[in-house]
Design a protein around this ligand. Structure first.
Ligand code: FAD
Length: 286
């Protein structure tokens, strides 16, 4: 439990990064944002960190803004609730707002953060396919390495392996602007509408040219592979075609792209079939 572990409560990012770079008790503390994932781990006692770095007071990691190049900046500590309430998120990344509405229920949405969802690196994280489909850069910072920006595509080297180097914190996300005329899509399949970890989670961005053919088709999925993935075969099957002509092929591509497993929430057959059918019906509706 948290009561048994030393908790550092820095009041600035600089102080937080210094505590990670040069921990007072020798061992690097484990960052905690909203605590909605990490408290579950602490309570299970499967992993007991030597100390915790509570980021909650770092207001400089909160907030949303639109940059000059049209990207949407979301601070790592932004909660789902703040994303749902943000006119900027609703205008520039509506699929993320839809995803945020499906996370847990209002308590989790009030504490859980986008940075925590990404850093936790679960393949079932609801926001991750949205960030992949729309395109996003992750901004990280450490005291000694400074700031670095990297693409969210490839951020996970494998199951729960995020590219966060020792001493780094995620500072925020630059979500790419939707292409002109593009629409976005989000779909979570769970056992119920709230407090459900996804069996399958899908997100997409699509646009058609003047002749009605698909000029943009980006599709991503979670809970169907060790990491969230782009559905490359599905995208290739659809680009350049009319949505109603290519929808079935896109669905077949999605079935081929996913490599789901059987687990307590669902089974591989269901996940593959649902991925294909939902992607097909979305493309048919474009
Ligand atoms: C009842 C319940 C329901 C849930 N439902 C859902 C759901 O529907 N969908 C879903 O996707 N998730 C769900 N979750 C999981 C969780 O709420 C989310 O993953 C949430 O976004 C985690 O954010 P957090 O700020 O609470 O992370 P924390 O628990 O604070 O941290 C999670 C991990 O990220 C690291 N971390 C946090 N912030 C940073 C940072 N800025 N830089 C580097 N590392 C960092 C921590 O060290 C830790 O390893 C649920 C959890 C619970 C308990």
């Amino acid at each position: 439990m948290l009561a048994d572990i030393p908790v550092h409560r820095p009041s600035s990012l600089e102080e937080a990064l210094a505590l990670l770079a040069d921990p007072p008790d020798g061992e690097r503390p484990t960052p905690m944002a909203g605590g909605t994932d990490i408290m579950v781990v602490l309570n299970s006692r499967h992993v007991v960190p030597s100390s915790v770095l509570d980021l909650w007071k770092l207001d400089e990691l909160r907030g949303l803004s639109v940059q000059d190049d049209g990207t949407l900046w979301i601070g790592a500590l932004s909660t789902y609730r703040s994303i749902i309430a943000s006119p900027l998120a609703n205008a520039h990344c509506p699929a993320l707002v839809e995803a945020a509405r499906t996370v847990g229920a209002v308590q989790i949405q009030s504490r859980g953060t986008l940075g925590g969802n990404v850093a936790n690196a679960s393949p079932a994280g609801d926001s991750l396919p949205v960030l992949l489909a729309q395109g996003c850069d992750v901004v990280l910072q450490s005291r000694d390495g400074g700031r670095r920006t990297r693409s969210f595509d490839g951020f996970y080297a494998g199951y729960r392996q995020a590219d966060i180097q020792p001493g780094e914190l995620i500072i925020g996300f630059r979500i790419h602007a939707l292409p002109p005329g593009a629409t976005s899509w989000y779909r979570k399949v769970g056992t119920r509408l709230a407090q459900a970890i996804s069996k399958v989670v899908l997100a997409g961005v699509a646009a058609c040219g003047d002749d009605g053919t698909l000029t943009t088709l980006r599709i991503a999925a979670g809970s169907v592979a060790p990491t969230p993935i782009r559905l490359a075969a599905a995208e290739a099957a659809g680009l350049g075609g009319r949505p109603t002509d290519v929808a079935a092929a896109v669905g077949a591509g999605a079935r081929a792209d996913v490599t789901p497993i059987d687990d307590v929430r669902s089974n591989a057959l269901y996940r593959r079939e649902v991925s294909g059918r939902l992607v097909e019906s979305w493309v048919r509706s474009l």
